[in-house]
Design a protein around this ligand. Sequence first.
Ligand SMILES: [Cu+2]
Length: 114
Amino acid sequence: MPGTPIIVSISSDGVQRATVILDSYSYSPNHLVVESGKPVELTLTSRTTFIPHNFVMKELSAGLSIEQDVGAGKTIIAKLPPTQPGRFLFFCDKRLWPMPSHRDKGMEGLLEVR
Ligand SMILES: [Cu+2]
């Protein structure tokens, strides 16, 4: 369930940058609003001590395909090229079998491209 939409601001270099905190089992914020046609850079910061997470988007028809691991306590930058408007989900597909995946536990977010 996406939370309050956060409108990502555009830097002077034209890049839309936002920071997303990963915890068990959530992204915060989990509803980002960006403009199409301008690159997006998400700083993904994990707050966990042991549990690894990731950032997965499989919206192939929109050209948004990414799968990046974010180890416990790590920060990585994910780059996305939003080329068309739409509502695209991202999620964490990690799981400790046979437990439910992190996505099933609610670790999911929405990238809204306007
Ligand atoms: Cu996870």
